[in-house]
Write a protein of this length. Structure first.
Length: 298
């Protein structure tokens, strides 16, 4: 049994005439008759019977027609789905840091949709810490991730797409709160709230303290920027965090860090050893194009 036989059978079942069905299928009548005879022989039951000049289904043919149509419909849907993907349509699965989900990634996704009005494109957005996002990419749960490490340990391909300023945040009544800027060494006497080791920003902060040859007093560790900001606002400690607009809404003080020098890069990462769906590849090129334009304007 093959797909041609199924299509021949379904067409003849609807047309109920060998000659007209053969014409519709663009084959000869003997070819159609032979294919149906082989199918009936394989199944061991007659599928058609003559009614005058027409051909009608037997009750076994009626039963088999339901199965054949369902099978062909499923196959046709799968073929059409792959064709849409080949045309650059379909689903783009993104993993991202929560802070990038406030504006940066949504703005890119909205711009891409606006630039492709005639294509059926959908996004999924999954947030998490850097380590989990990279593991998810390696497990093929995402097409692209936006996070703060280059992904070298996974042999992934990373392109920097944004830089974030790191700042010190303190409670409003903290001894350092009256300063507009601070050297990191001045934070050493005070308990600090750190990102947990799985976070992508943790190695950046660790390196900053290594540069001044000091070990901070870590009072708490957690994974989310917002949680750290909330704890600082309630007096649990001070913290080095990426700048985000949320900080302006909380009861805390934001200080620039004058030394040591620091830089946190954010990356768009994908696995170059795995086929990237055309629609995801197009989105990646769109993001890269936006970055080139932004660099030219700065």
């Amino acid at each position: 049994m093959n797909l041609f036989s199924l299509r021949y059978f379904v067409t003849l079942a609807h047309v109920q005439h060998y000659t007209r069905a053969a014409e519709q299928l663009c084959i000869t009548q003997p070819s159609l008759s032979h294919a149906i005879a082989q199918l009936e022989q394989e199944l061991g039951l007659p599928l058609f019977e003559k009614r005058g000049r027409n051909t009608t289904l037997t009750r076994f043919g009626e039963e088999f027609l339901v199965c054949a149509e369902r099978t062909l419909a499923t196959l046709d849907a799968g073929v059409e789905s792959l064709r849409r993907s080949a045309r650059g349509e379909g689903l783009i699965r993104l993993g991202l840091l929560r802070t990038l989900g406030v504006e940066f990634v949504p703005r890119l996704a909205a711009g891409f949709l606006k630039a492709n009005p005639g294509r059926e494109i959908q996004f999924t957005f999954h947030t998490g810490v850097t380590r989990d996002l990279l593991d998810g990419l390696a497990a093929r749960k995402f097409d692209l991730v936006f996070c703060s490490q280059s992904g070298e340990e996974h042999n992934l391909t990373a392109v920097p797409v944004q830089k974030q300023e790191l700042v010190l945040i303190t409670p409003k009544d903290h001894p350092l709160a009256g300063r507009g800027a601070v050297n990191l060494a001045e934070t050493l006497p005070y308990p600090q709230i750190f990102f947990e080791p799985r976070s992508g920003v943790r190695p950046v902060v660790d390196r900053m303290f290594e540069q001044i040859g000091a070990v901070p007093r870590i009072a708490y560790e957690t994974e989310e920027d917002q949680v750290i900001a909330g704890l600082v606002a309630q007096g649990f400690g001070i913290a080095v965090v990426p700048y985000m607009d949320l900080l302006l809404k909380l009861d805390l003080q934001i200080l620039q860090i004058t030394a040591p020098s620091h830089k946190r890069s954010l990356f768009m990462i994908h696995d170059s050893q795995i086929f990237l769906p055309p629609v995801a590849a197009d989105f990646r090129q769109y993001v890269l194009g936006r970055q080139v334009s932004a660099n030219k304007n700065t």
